[in-house]
Design a protein around this ligand. Structure first.
Ligand code: NDP
Length: 287
C-alpha cells in the first residue's frame, strides 16, 4: 500500500512559513502585496481569483484584483502591466488565465518584469530557470518539488519520467528535476510505447490532462507517482490523470486528487509573492 503525498498538510506548512516571513517583512516596513489581472467573467477564473485572494488574506498578504470586461483592449492591459511593474507598492502580480479570445496572453506575460512574475511563466523567467539564474519558479512544478522534498523523497540520481511537455507544468518541472540531479525523460502525445517508458520511472509525474489515463501498466513496483491532472469525475468529485485505485497498490508513494498537487500550487503562489517582496526590498535602489 502506498504512502500518501499529502498536499494539504505540506501546503499548510508552506503557508505558515509564508505567514511568519510576511510578519518579519512588515516589521521591517516591507508590506507584501499581490495583484491579479482578471478579464471577463469565466466562472472558473472568478472562483480561482477569489480563493487566491482568501489565501493571501490568511497569511497577511494584501491582495488587489484589477477587473476588466472581456472587451478590454490588449493595449489597455499592456499599460496596466507596465504600471504594476513600476509601482513600488506591488510586490508581484499575475494575469489570470485563460484570457478571452482576441487577447494575446504571451505578449502580455512577456512584459511582466521577472522580479514580480509570481506565476514564473514569462519567457524571461523560463529562460532564467533554464540557465540556472535565480528566478521566481512556476507554482505547480515548484509545488511538486516541495511536496516530494517535504516527504523526504530523494531525487538525486533517480529516473524521473514526466508525462506532458506544457510550458505551465511539464517543461519547467523537467528543468527543476534536472536541478535536483534526477535523470529526466519527458513524454508527450507522440511518445512511442508510453507504458514501457513510464515503467522505467522511480518518479512518475503525470501532467497529460487526460482523465484517468495512467494505470498499473505504466507504473514500476515501488515508484513514486505524482498526479497533476484535475477533472470532474462521474460522481461529481475531482479525479486526476491517474487511476488511483489501480496504481496505489503498486506505488511506494502517490499524490491524491484532490489534496495533492492542487493545494501546493496555491501555496507556492504565496511563497513567490513573499520572495518577490524580499528580492525587491534587498535590490539596490535605482537612480
Ligand atoms: P496541456 O494540455 O497544456 O499539456 C498536456 C501535455 O500532455 C502535452 O504536452 C501533451 O502532449 C501531453 N499529452 C496529452 N495526451 C497525452 C497522451 N495520451 N500521452 C502522452 N502525453 C499526452 O496541459 P497542462 O500541462 O496545462 O495541464 C495538465 C493537467 O494538469 C490538466 O489536467 C490540468 O488541469 C492540470 N493542472 C493542474 C494543476 C494543479 O494545480 N493541480 C495546475 C496546472 C494544471 P503534446 O505536447 O504532444 O500535445
Amino acid at each position: 500500500m502506498a504512502k500518501i503525498l499529502d498536499g494539504k498538510a505540506a501546503a499548510a506548512e508552506v503557508r505558515s512559513e509564508v505567514a511568519s516571513e510576511v510578519a518579519k517583512l512588515k516589521e521591517r516596513g516591507v508590506p507584501v502585496r499581490l495583484d491579479v489581472i482578471l478579464v471577463g467573467q469565466d466562472p472558473a477564473s472568478v472562483t480561482y481569483v477569489s480563493s487566491k485572494e482568501r489565501d493571501s488574506q490568511e497569511v497577511g498578504i494584501e491582495s488587489r484584483v484589477h477587473r476588466f470586461p472581456s472587451e478590454v483592449s490588449q493595449q489597455e492591459l499592456a499599460t496596466l502591466v507596465e504600471t504594476l511593474n513600476e509601482d513600488v507598492a506591488v510586490s508581484g502580480f499575475f494575469i489570470q488565465l485563460p484570457l478571452p479570445e482576441g487577447l494575446d496572453p504571451v505578449s502580455l506575460i512577456s512584459r511582466i518584469t521577472p522580479a514580480k512574475d509570481v506565476d514564473g511563466l514569462s519567457p524571461e523567467s523560463a529562460g532564467r530557470l533554464a540557465v540556472g539564474l535565480p528566478s521566481l519558479l512556476p507554482c505547480t512544478p515548484h509545488g511538486i518539488i516541495q511536496l516530494l522534498g517535504r516527504n523526504g523523497i530523494e531525487l538525486s540520481g533517480s529516473e524521473a519520467v514526466v508525462i506532458g511537455r506544457s510550458n505551465l507544468v511539464g517543461k519547467p518541472l523537467a528543468q527543476l528535476l534536472l536541478r535536483e540531479n534526477a535523470t529526466v525523460t519527458v513524454c508527450h502525445s507522440r511518445t512511442r510505447d508510453l507504458p514501457e517508458v513510464a515503467r522505467r520511472a522511480d518518479l512518475l509525474v503525470v501532467a497529460a490532462g487526460q482523465k484517468e489515463m495512467v494505470g498499473a501498466e505504466h507504473v514500476k513496483e515501488g515508484a513514486v507517482v505524482v498526479d497533476v491532472g484535475i477533472h470532474r469525475g462521474e460522481e461529481g468529485g475531482l479525479v486526476g490523470d491517474v487511476r488511483f485505485d489501480e496504481v496505489e497498490p503498486k506505488a511506494a508513494w502517490i499524490s491524491p486528487v484532490p489534496g495533492g498537487v492542487g493545494p501546493m500550487t496555491r501555496a507556492m503562489l504565496l511563497h513567490n509573492a513573499v520572495r518577490a517582496a524580499r528580492m525587491q526590498a534587498e535590490a539596490p535602489k535605482r537612480g
